[in-house]
Write a protein that binds this ligand. Structure first.
Ligand code: UDP
Ligand code: MG
Length: 322
């Protein structure tokens, strides 16, 4: 099978027939063998009935129905697990992404050898309250992830080599950072294609402004887990040591200053009168706590089943399976 289209959706009943007709037309025109996997993320409207209807008319239409609303990432992850096509394409259900982009995305994966191609809604039809924060968000994501050639991390329209979707895990709200997840899994050929974008035709957006706060927190999490996920002590140990040393220096200053004052017969007061005393105290406590956090982190990692979970690309020669 050439292509799997994975469509996560939550209350998009009005858009679905139009979307399916459009996808079918593009696939037929280009002679692709394909499947469309609709993942109904606990919709409360008639979306599921519509999908069942579409599946009756067309064998290529498949559907998965969650009992409740989990979010876009869980929907994508579930669709990815079931996808069989050589190239997997994700697309929002709200008709903002155009199926006309599919042939070129497919070509970029198969011929140009990209692992992942992300859409770039260069000209967007969304309110300014969304496009402006998105610019900031993407600039940060580029810096943190080191993927400098992407303008639009969170574009719903993306294409993947099948291997990629089988080796990344999209959970929580991490769909915003799939290119970063892919890069962390060792898939480096990440490209971009300018795609057409349309204003939402039916229904309304499912994400509020909290997306930006959560987006930044998730980025921090990804950065941390990628860098220190299996060696937390390298993070907490360093910070803890620095703090402790600052505290120690402050203690020495306080102590020596008092001893000197006593010795030289000058005026001296209680050490608790010095601000350095409090700095020393706080720093040493914080330092110790950070260090202990590092140890606890290491204990957690030690028990993790994934601590030695590596992706082996190829092997040569005869070796026993471990
Ligand atoms: N979506 C989903 N589960 C959710 C929220 C959204 O499957 O909990 C789907 C939604 O139906 C749409 C896609 O994710 O197909 C993108 O959502 P939306 O268009 O609301 O996002 P926006 O375009 O505003 O970024
Ligand atoms: Mg949308």
């Amino acid at each position: 099978m050439d292509i799997s289209v994975v469509v996560p959706l939550y209350n998009e009943a009005e858009s679905l027939p139009e979307l399916q007709a459009w996808i079918s037309r593009v696939m037929a025109e280009n002679g692709f063998s394909y499947e469309v996997i609709y993942v109904n993320d606990g919709s409360t409207d008639e979306s599921w009935a519509v999908i069942e209807g579409l599946a009756r008319e067309n064998d290529a239409v498949k559907g998965i129905c969650f009992r409740r609303n989990y979010g876009k990432s869980p929907a994508l992850n579930t669709g990815f697990a079931r996808a069989q096509g050589d190239v997997v394409i994700t697309m929002d259900a709200d008709l903002q992404d155009s199926p006309d982009e599919i042939p070129e995305l497919y070509r970029m994966i198969v011929e140009d050898g990209y692992d992942l191609v992300s859409g770039w809604k260069q000209k967007r039809y969304d309110p300014l309250s969304k496009t402006l924060p998105t610019k900031l968000f993407n600039a940060t994501a580029r810096r943190v992830s080191g993927i400098h050639n992407l303008h639009d991390f969170n574009c719903g329209l993306k294409a993947y080599r099948r291997k990629v979707v089988k080796h990344i895990e999209v959970y929580g709200d991490m769909h915003r950072y799939i290119p970063y997840l892919a890069k962390n899994a060792g898939f480096n050929k990440i490209g971009e294609k300018v795609v057409k974008h349309q204003a939402r035709k039916y229904g309304k957006t499912k994400f509020g402004l909290d997306r930006f706060v959560n987006g930044y927190l998730d980025l921090a999490t990804l950065w941390f887990t990628n860098k220190f996920g299996i060696k937390p002590m390298h993070f907490f140990g360093l910070l803890g040591s620095l703090m402790f040393m600052l505290g120690f220096v402050a203690v020495v200053i306080v102590g020596v200053a008092k001893l000197y004052a006593m010795h030289s017969g000058g005026h001296y007061t209680l050490v608790t009168n010095s601000p350095y005393f409090y700095i020393a105290l706080t720093m040493m406590i914080l330092g110790t706590q950070l260090f202990l956090t590092g140890f606890i982190g290491e204990l957690v990692v030690r028990n993790s089943l994934r601590r030695n979970d590596y992706e082996i690309e190829e092997e040569v020669g005869d070796m026993p399976k471990q």
